[in-house]
Design a protein around this ligand. Sequence first.
Ligand code: FE2
Length: 307
Amino acid sequence: MHSLLHSLSPPFCNSFHCMGEVDRLFLFLGRSVILIIILYFILVGAKSGLMIYVYIGAAILIFLLGLLFFMWKEAHLNEIKEKTLSFRRYPKGKPLTFFFISDIHRRTIDRSILQQLKGKVDFIIIGGDLGEQGVPLQRIDYNLGLLGETAPVFFVWGNNDYELPEDKLRQLFKKHKILPLRNESYPLIPDSEPPVYLMGVDDFSKGKSDKASAFARVPSEAFKIFVSHNPFFAKKLTKGDGVSLFLSGHTHGGQIRLFNRGLYQKGGWEKQGGMMVLVSNGYGTTAVPLRLGARAETHLITIHSEE
Ligand SMILES: [Fe+2]
């Protein structure tokens, strides 16, 4: 499978040049607030008199700034969560190790992540929301280049990917030898007993997800890994479909959770029937580059036979 790879020198793209407009706005606002606080201290402190109000105001501002900084840090982590799974149905022999990253959105993938993966992974899966409206194609080009030079890459469409020009996206897939799976399958290990297949469906909300097409070329006895950007598609799968591993993202784990409550459940692993299900918090963010209680994450997954 690695023969599919090609070397690539990514275009120049350091962390600032690849920041989105929203990120830049937050940096600007952060710096402005710090400046205002300093001015406030100088002016009010010089006049003195009502110092207790000055202290309370400063404490609140410092707390809010600290919280903002903490949330920004949580949104920009480069964490790889490792998970090893054993399956009775998985063929005896060599385990399979792969990297799963979803919901990149406006982020530039940190090179340090890929350096940790080199030589360790058999393939990479992008679980949708590679970008969104307004993300420069240069940044997507860079991200795909980084992933493509690490291992063969599969892509599954997310709802926000529909905000990008599809023809341009397909050109980038061709350039970096990314294989999109839109209601399709790919035989990862076709000659093992049973064979191992990867399947991907189109986005559940914006696309035309078609379960029958995704299963069309997959032998019924195969060990099946199924990817859907939207985790709700898991409910469409039955025990008879025989999927062992289901991978998804989309929810961002709620992204900003207050008192452990958010718009969506926090991401994680759970067992649904005989199927292991991952809902990733994702790597990037939407709307604001902030997270609280649902840290940015990527996944290094190893599967092997239950012996
Ligand atoms: Fe997303």
